[in-house]
Design a protein around this ligand. Sequence first.
Ligand code: IPT
Length: 271
Amino acid sequence: FTLGLASTNLALNAPSQGASAIKTRASQLGYHVVISMVEDLDLQSCRAAVNELIAQRVDGILVNVPLETDSALAVKQSCGNLPVLFLDVDPNASLLSILFDPNEGARQGVEHLIGLGHRQIALLTGPLESVSARLRYEGWLCGLASHGLEPFAVLHGDWSSASGYQLAMSLLNQPQRPTAILVANDQMALGVLRAAHQSAISVPEQLSVVGYDDTEDSAYFQPPLTTIAQDFRLSGRESVNRMVQMLRNPQQATPDSLLLNTTLMLRDTTS
Ligand code: IPT
């Protein structure tokens, strides 16, 4: 068999680690993976990427592109009879998916900061056209609301460390500052740490920072980043296992979707 992977921007750490995990598991099982990258977050581009994979005669398709439910259904349609597994959709959609629970991850960040006594908490989201960015943001808002809180400020980044840096520079150089910031991924958190350093704000004494992903480098940030871990090796392994199971037993019922847990990785950016 040959597996197809349609992936969002592989210059980002999380999707590239995801692709690597998928490759590793597939080659353990003796299968090839063909990758096609989606440059823009619209349905058109995702469909083009999927068609490219189909033209290369893949036997099943993994889609690690953020897709709202309507778009994901449309992508599934264009795959005809090929098995398709989604890695970045709404967990409530009735689509075969392997996802990390965005509510759990968002709650873990909020509860950790509240537990430390923080009340002035700023939010730095991912791009809201990305379903996972939106779900994490909604989870944070719910978590804060359950403590009677509203965010100190809300900023919208684009997952890049550059956006984290720029947005944090403007947030931290105002007369009123938050005591903590929840960041939707570790790359933006890297930018936040640099902005804090440059603004002579010490982390975690004057500002606590929580990331999201726990990609490979995050334990080596300065200070080592407290973050919400998503185990990309596990999701890569599980998605290939399921895809292969469907390909080997096409007459069996499709497997169930899987919602994976996130874990708070306590390091040195919160106090
Ligand atoms: C999600 C990452 O958390 C984020 O850092 C960014 O890389 C994004 O992917 C790119 O789409 S993880 C995804 C499986 C929800």
